[in-house]
Design a protein around this ligand. Sequence first.
Ligand code: NAP
Length: 291
Amino acid sequence: MFKQVTIIGFGLIGSSLARAMKQHALAGKIICADMSRDVCEKVLSLQLADEVTTDLAKGVKGSDLVILCVPVGAMSAVADKIAGSLEPGVIVSDVGSVKKEVIKSLAPRLPKKSHLVPAHPIAGTEHSGPEHGFAELFHHRWCIVTPLEDSELQPVEKIVKLWEACGSNIEIMNADHHDLVLGITSHLPHLIAYTIVGTATTLEEDLKGEVIKFSASGFRDFTRIAASDPVMWRDVFLNNKDAVLEVLQRFTEDLTALQKAIRKQDGDYLYQTFKKTRDIRRAIIQAGQAN
Ligand code: NAP
């Protein structure tokens, strides 16, 4: 599908993509460009790429596809480093969890003769780094592609085909809508998990010990989400500020309503709310998105 692909940022997502591309023979050659020497050494020893380099500009030379898999806050610095070395006609894509700010960071920095096609695979784990990636990560998961208004059709189709070949289902969306939807389904739940687990860290030592001991009663599921990469999530909240604040406002109102129902002993309100949320869980299972 591609002659030579450079993946910049070879962590969980970048390395999973490289594994999937190898498995399905989607690239003649895969280059790992990561500013971390440690990551490059791991990639070499795991044989995940044909070449590795910490020099990002050198790493993109000769590639017909470059995919940025770095934290959202690092996108503009990476674009500045590679812009002068990109081949004419190259497709530049990314996997960032936020789209509007990433497009703002990349579009003005990339050369006119390149094609920017942003995308976001809705797949991941709480682990980071190349050793935790796996080729099947994207199987039956959605990948949202957010083309720009003036994007040419052919590069968009190529990115769609790439993700389909990695096992993803594709949805095309505009970046604003993506950021609002993901604000609800991903960013808000992470913020809540960080808050709940964060509260536990401020408890007195003996109470904290009991929280860990009896964690299976609900807390444990939040700790998995709250163990997600701190750099990645710091950047998500800083770069999807408006959408997160909007959904947080709605969440706060709903929380206050539940608080009021508990105070007023309004069992019917609590029951109806919990019944509706159980239906959502069942719909997710039916859609095959539960695991
Ligand atoms: P990760 O495992 O931490 O990998 C990020 C990699 O990028 C690391 O190797 C990191 O090196 C490297 N890096 C950081 N800044 C860089 C820079 N300026 N230049 C070159 N390399 C740089 O993170 P990830 O989970 O794969 O996430 C990568 C991207 O995917 C993020 O934009 C995230 O929003 C998006 N995403 C993540 C998930 C998920 O669940 N994890 C899901 C969908 C999309 P160091 O280790 O040395 O910092």
